[in-house]
Design a protein around this ligand. Structure first.
Ligand SMILES: Cc1cc2nc3c(=O)[nH]c(=O)nc-3n(C[C@H](O)[C@H](O)[C@H](O)COP(=O)(O)O)c2cc1C
Length: 463
């Protein structure tokens, strides 16, 4: 049976997660405070090594259930794309290549409740304070849809948004990617940039917004490609920007061309309060939402959800790129210990002498945020920090196997950067050529028998 857009809602996805594994969704009926409580519960669970989807029925006096932690576990990315988790990274890249044009509809569930003019009030939404350092309440799951002022192509990207008033938000375009590029061209024309902001939707909407590719690609077509059916959209009510009709909440407005106002500090993926901001201002002209809308918050800072959302698309993208040039690259990981943005581990099968340096150089060229690339052999699990550190301990010598390039462009949110510049380090932790000791291994059939025995005793989740 072919799927329709009604199958691609946030609510239907959470039902799917729960039917796949009832323990994966924790529904909290106790009343919690809007500010700080939701974040504290997610972060405490994370400290205990647990990452269920959190569904809060009663947050302050708000009528909206709040959902968070949706993307703290990679199995849910795989469910969102309908692919096996073992194939997530490879299939992400292939699905991101597909294009399915959106279709226009007159209206849809997003128009159940429409607030314009004096009724616009961001205070109606459960927008919360997360960490103590934050300058205020933030929308953390705001996907900005805007149109290229020259080509009309639509871009989708996440941007943090600080509530500044009933109809005013502060935001930052610090990743300096396509929205930043659009904004500069609107400003050169003396214009504001109309935007539609999606808060809550099926994972494919979120993944489409994180897709990185040419500026000429319409990212609604990427979302449709990931869904396998055209995304249903409707014309904006107060701005000339279309929005998906099955989203939970949509906010319309304009990023002002001239205004700049202080925004932040805000808890960023680096684990620090970041004051770095482009200080843009959004004037809100409409809020619309489904009748029983879910408010999806992404716990910011160095939470598992935020950092995994950075890692998964980037791993998929970098693996494909490296594999194109070096077919013996087998795996890529952006470890949490490197904020899922600043460090990458790359596995290569039988690298020729010197290849590790070239692989690392290609990675640096693709991703300006990277400061460290560790290249290992393919027997090393790049998704396991201690395996990579073991390879460094036993296969590399610092005077031979480390190179540093100085003063490369880097991530401005890295608190150690110097005026946007950082050093880039390559560690070649592959086995030196020639006679090298063999790693001890286990008999594969014995491992399979051991797994069966352990699962029989402790269940599929292991110990
Ligand atoms: C939860 C989350 C929050 C983000 N917040 C910001 C932000 O505040 N400012 C920014 O410039 N980029 C932010 N990003 C990164 C961009 O959204 C991301 O780089 C996006 O892929 C850029 O899209 P584009 O290449 O189509 O322009 C965030 C990403 C995530 C996952």
């Amino acid at each position: 049976m072919s799927r329709t857009n009604a199958d691609f809602t946030l609510q239907s996805f959470i039902e799917r997660v729960a039917s796949d594994d009832p323990d994966a969704v924790w529904r909290i009926t106790d009343r919690v405070n809007l500010d700080s409580d939701v974040t504290a519960i997610a972060m405490e669970l994370e400290r205990l090594g647990r990452s269920p989807v959190l569904w809060f029925d009663s947050v302050g006096d708000y009528p909206f259930p709040v959902v968070c932690n949706l993307f703290a576990d990679r199995r849910r990315y795989a469910l969102g794309l309908d692919v096996p988790v073992q194939r997530l990274i490879a299939d992400w890249g292939a699905l991101g290549d597909k294009r399915v044009a959106p279709v226009m509809r007159d209206r849809g569930p997003i128009h159940d409740v429409v607030l314009t003019g004096k009724d616009v009030d961001l205070g109606r939404l459960p927008i919360m304070l997360h960490f103590e350092c934050d300058a205020g309440r933030y929308i953390t799951n705001g996907i900005v849809i805007a149109k290229d002022p020259d080509s009309g192509v639509r871009n989708a990207s996440f941007h943090r948004m600080q509530v500044k008033g009933r109809d005013r938000l502060g935001t930052s375009l610090h990743s300096r990617r396509h929205l930043w590029n659009y904004m500069r061209r609107y400003e050169e024309r003396g214009e504001d940039m109309p935007v539609s902001i999606i808060v809550g939707g099926h994972p494919t909407i979120i993944f489409g917004a994180l897709w990185k590719g040419p500026i000429t690609t319409d990212e609604y077509e990427v979302m449709g490609g990931m869904m396998g059916v055209p995304l249903e959209i409707a014309a904006g009510l107060t701005v000339p920007i279309e929005a998906p009709i099955h989203a939970e909440i949509v906010i319309e407005g304009r990023i002002l061309g001239k205004a700049r106002e202080p925004e932040g500090p805000f808890a960023e993926f680096t684990g620090y309060a970041s004051k770095r901001s482009t200080e843009h201002v959004i004037e809100v002209s409409a809020i619309m939402h489904r009748r029983r809308a879910l408010y999806h918050d992404i716990i910011p800072g160095i939470s598992d959800e935020h950092t995994s959302l950075l890692a998964v698309p980037q791993e998929a993208r970098l693996l494909r790129l490296l594999h194109t040039h070096y077919p013996n690259v087998t795996d890529v990981a952006y470890p949490k210990s490197g904020t899922c943005r600043l460090h990458a581990y790359v596995a290569v099968r039988q690298p020729a002498p010197g290849l590790a340096r070239l692989v690392a150089a290609a990675a640096f060229g693709d991703d300006l945020s990277l400061k460290l690339v560790v290249v290992v052999d393919d027997d090393v699990d790049v998704h396991n920090d201690s395996d990579v550190l073991w390879a460094m301990a036993t296969r590399m010598q610092a005077d031979q196997d480390i190179d540093v390039m100085r003063n490369g462009m880097g991530a401005i949110l890295d608190p150690s950067n110097r005026d946007g510049l950082t050093a880039k380090m390559v560690i070649d932790a592959t086995c030196p050529a020639g006679d090298f000791p063999q790693r001890h291994t286990l008999d594969a059939a014995a491992v399979a028998r051991a797994r069966t025995l352990i699962e029989g005793r402790f269940g599929r989740g292991g110990l």
